[in-house]
Design a binder for this molecule. Structure first.
Ligand code: AMP
Length: 278
């Protein structure tokens, strides 16, 4: 496994990598969810590049950029175990030199849900991923359904800008009790960790009620809100049922595919999760 820490080094190495090249962008502090993306990429490509970069431009001023968990050595050992070919771990100074002033923005899809709560988040995500795509030049790039809106926004960016690659969205990996794996789960104390189980329970309640014939979005949404509110440590940011294509909120009857998604705080830790109604 090669570890490349500069943009120049990655650009020099790229022509030596036999295609197809699969790419998994991450912010590090890896877990089984990230590794599952690497495994999908390995199945479909000759070479797999994983980037590790905690991207400052996707964090708001009051968010957790400074304390976001980082452990490069641990990440490298995990990536080596799953057969990663190249790890690209650039510095902030290399990615954003003084005077950097170009932004990539996807319009409507970036506005609701995470975009409404975190106004500059997707501009940061699309800009850094566009830069990473230009540096790594992958044939396929792999993202998690866990960040459903991010996957839709990046798919749209690649299509609208005629990027020469395929964006692949992979299923969410969960803990045995259903909690979606996330680097931020480490912030939860014991009680919050127990309480956080309510998220997937609420999503499953909506899915089961939908499958049992309940098509009214408002009633499904309320069922989830009631369940989450029964957990005293949970603080709802949003609970949404939206079109899984436009992300427009569904007010009346659900026409699939619909994205059921939520963002809930436990103490200072904000968690997101979702399921799709097909
Ligand atoms: P992050 O390091 O949080 O920016 O995540 C890097 C990539 O891993 C993104 O495409 C995420 O959607 C994906 N990812 C994060 N958590 C999970 C999970 N539990 N299951 C599958 N993919 C995930």
């Amino acid at each position: 496994m090669r570890v490349v820490k500069t943009i120049a080094g990655m650009k020099e190495l790229r022509p030596q990598l036999a295609p197809p090249v699969g790419f998994v962008p991450t912010m590090g502090y890896l877990h089984e969810g990230h590794l599952s993306l690497v495994t999908y990429a390995k199945d479909e490509n000759v070479n797999v590049v994983v980037s590790i970069f905690v991207n400052p431009t996707q964090f708001g001023p009051k968010e957790d950029f400074a304390c976001y968990p980082r452990d490069l050595d641990r990440d490298l050992a995990m990536l080596e175990r799953v057969g990663t070919d190249v790890v690209f771990a650039p510095t902030t100074e290399d990615m954003y030199p003084p005077g950097f002033d170009t932004w990539v923005e996807v319009g409507e899809l970036s506005k609701p849900l995470e975009g409404a709560s975190r106004s500059t988040h997707f501009r940061g995500v699309t800009t850094v991923v566009a830069k990473l795509f230009n540096i790594v030049q992958p044939n396929k790039a792999y993202f998690g359904q866990k960040d459903a809106q991010q996957a839709l926004v990046l798919t749209k960016m690649a299509a609208d800008l005629n990027m020469n690659l395929e964006v692949v969205t992979c299923p969410t990996k969960r803990e045995p009790d259903g909690l979606a794996m996330s680097s931020r789960n480490i912030y939860l104390n014991e009680e919050e960790r127990k309480a956080a189980k309510v998220l997937y329970k609420a999503l499953l309640r909506a899915k089961q009620q939908y499958q049992a014939g309940e098509k009214g979005a408002a009633r499904l949404r309320q069922g989830m809100i009631d369940l989450i509110k029964s957990e005293p440590l949970a603080n709802i940011d949003y609970v949404s049922i939206a079109s899984n294509e436009t992300l427009k909120e569904i007010e009346a009857m659900i026409t699939p595919p619909a994205l059921v998604s939520l963002a809930v705080k436990f103490g200072n830790t904000r968690l997101i999760d979702n399921v799709v109604l097909e």
